[in-house]
Design a protein around this ligand. Sequence first.
Ligand code: SF4
Length: 90
Amino acid sequence: MGVESKEPLADAPRKIGNIRRIVVDRTACIGARSCVLVSSKIFAMDDQNLAYILDPDADDDENLKLAAQSCPVLAIHLYNEDGKKIFPEE
Ligand code: SF4
C-alpha cells in the first residue's frame, strides 16, 4: 500500500457519523470545485484539477452531504455502515 500512497485518495472509509465511506468518481469530476468550497476539510483539488479526499473524518455528515449535493455531476458517492449507497439515491 505504501507504494500507492502518492495516488490521490478517492475512496475512503469514515470512522464517524452515519456516512461511513466516501468515493469520488474522478472520471466524472469536471473540476467544478464546489465540493471543496462546501467542505475544504474533506475535499481538495489536485494538480489535474480533480477532487480528492484530504481527510474523510474532518467534517460532519451534514456538511459532507451538502458537499456531495453541490457537485454538478454527482461525482461524490456516500455509503452507510452497511455499504448501502445513500447519496446519490438510485
Ligand atoms: S464538485 Fe464534483 S465536479 Fe466539482 S470538483 Fe468536486 S467532485 Fe469534482
